[in-house]
Ligand binder design. Structure first.
Ligand SMILES: Nc1ncnc2c1ncn2[C@@H]1O[C@H](COP(=O)(O)OP(=O)(O)OP(=O)(O)O)[C@@H](O)[C@H]1O
Ligand SMILES: [Mg+2]
Length: 250
């Protein structure tokens, strides 16, 4: 589904990503790891169109999307969550999820949410989809809550619901486990596994070991922009290059 070939991103003299190649198939969860500054976010941004790669290719569904703008990439079915500015805190959960469907006006939201007379079939359909996305996250009961009042874990699920509601086929998650309790991490893991079981391709940057080990099909480890390991979770602890990077010695 996603195919990254020899991706390079250079900032002035710094090679932030060097010759990175990997692919993500439908139903797979691929995790990017690596120390601070390894190039994980830069790789994400180059795939999502926020940064234009210096060289290399990104294909999605066989189509060359290298250097396409973020809106175009999103429209093709690659959605992402952001670490910080994800949630509209003053709005309800269902309104947050509806923004993933790009309904444009506030009044449309209110009409759709309240089911007031005049709300169109398209709006009712949008609300149905938003509710079903929340159900898939295992949290249908929070639909009417104010998003800013929720726990970090619930907010993360709202972000993922918003990312998936518009028939995304791949989601990119930037450190989704940050700030989550152990129980919330377990729930997040099962949500990601279920999305994958339904054919979603998942690409995430994550450090939190229990989540990474529990859900990843493959782990890529970057260091100074280069891929130094690409293996199954069970192999990662035995990889000498990875140990060297994380512990300073093999
Ligand atoms: N827009 C930019 N201009 C110049 N240098 C940048 C830019 N963005 C990132 N860098 C540099 O590129 C390198 C890779 O950064 P990147 O943010 O991709 O790392 P990361 O693996 O996501 O790290 P972290 O775990 O800290 O988030 C770093 O040396 C960083 O300082
Ligand atoms: Mg980063």
């Amino acid at each position: 589904m996603l195919d990254v070939q020899d991706l390079c991103v250079q900032f002035a003299g710094l090679k932030a990503v060097q010759d990175l190649s990997f692919s993500v198939k439908p139903g797979q969860i691929i995790t990017l790891m690596g120390p601070n500054g390894a190039g994980k976010s830069t790789a994400f941004n180059a795939i999502g169109g926020m940064i234009r790669p210096t060289s290399g290719k990104v294909h999605f569904d066989g189509r060359d999307i290298t250097g396409e703008r973020p809106a175009k990439v999103a429209a093709l079915g690659i959605r992402r969550t952001f670490q910080n500015n994800g949630i509209l805190r003053e709005m309800t959960v269902i309104e947050n999820v509806l923004t993933g469907l790009e309904l444009s006006t506030q009044s449309t939201f209110w009409g759709a949410v309240t089911g007031m007379p005049g709300s169109s079939r398209a709006e009712r359909d949008a609300v149905r989809r938003a509710r079903s996305a929340l159900e898939q996250m295992g949290v249908p009961e929070i639909a009417e809550r104010i998003a800013g009042d929720l726990s970090f874990g619930q907010q993360r699920l709202v972000e993922i619901a918003r990312a998936t509601v518009a028939r995304a086929r791949m989601i990119m998650l930037d450190e989704p486990a940050v700030g989550l309790s152990p129980g919330e991490r377990v729930h997040l893991g099962s949500v990601l596994r279920e999305l994958a079981a339904n054919g979603m391709a998942v690409l995430m940057v994550e450090h939190v070991q229990d989540l990474v080990m529990a859900v990843s099909d493959e782990i890529l480890v970057l260091n100074y922009g280069k891929k130094i390991a690409h293996c199954a979770p069970s192999e990662i602890r035995h990889n000498r290059d990875v140990l060297e990077v994380y512990l300073g010695r093999a």
